[in-house]
Design a protein around this ligand. Sequence first.
Ligand code: PEP
Length: 254
Amino acid sequence: MNKDRKLIIAGNWKMNKTVGEALDLVNGLKRELANVKEIDLVVAPPFTALSEVSKAILDSNIRLGAQNMSEHNFGAYTGEICAAMLKEFSVRYVILGHSERRQFQQESSALIAKKALAAHAASLKPIVCIGELLEERKANQTERVLETQLRGSLAGLSTEQVEETIIAYEPVWAIGTGLTATAEQAQSAHAFIRQTLVGIVGEATAKRVRIQYGGSVKPNNVRELMSLPDVDGALVGGASLEVRSFSEIVKQSI
Ligand code: PEP
């Protein structure tokens, strides 16, 4: 697909896969996707599998992502992982503000902005997730919610840092539900996000920011979604857990 921005497709494995299972999955993806050059490919295993997956994808076209990180650098933060620790495993991307963390860990946009700053300081590229709840969409609040989350989650970032940030638009009602935004809903939300970015960093930078769609992306719906003018990739949950479905999603997007 011919777009100025290179597509980026990332698999968020969430709290799935033991180390052995993670290796099976990533080795299968390496085999299936070895020739893909047109798309940036990222897998985000749980922290416990980062070390082994990192070794397995050396010399491959697959890059490593983490699913979260602390806003702090080292210290007395029990249970947390900081950017420098992720860098030890050659992690390049970090998913921040996934709706599950916003919901279950009460992460706020202000916290996500601090994490994004810490990620950039360590040269990690954040994938910042935003998205509305079903009630908010029904109440015509989608754009208000997206603008608030976007501005809040990017607060304090420089223009250059925003350009190196990936935004993932994930309507919460479409995550893990089998419901997908229609092409019109997705394009309209992505165009709105890009327009909001114009207000934050100006038109030239906003045009360069990649905006992924996430929410029940599957091999049979990805092609249409990726063809939309403001959709620059996908953040995939459930369908990233199997070699066949994730590699088919990638192949359908070329
Ligand atoms: C996600 O969790 O980011 C996601 C999009 O999940 P799924 O693809 O399963 O809807």
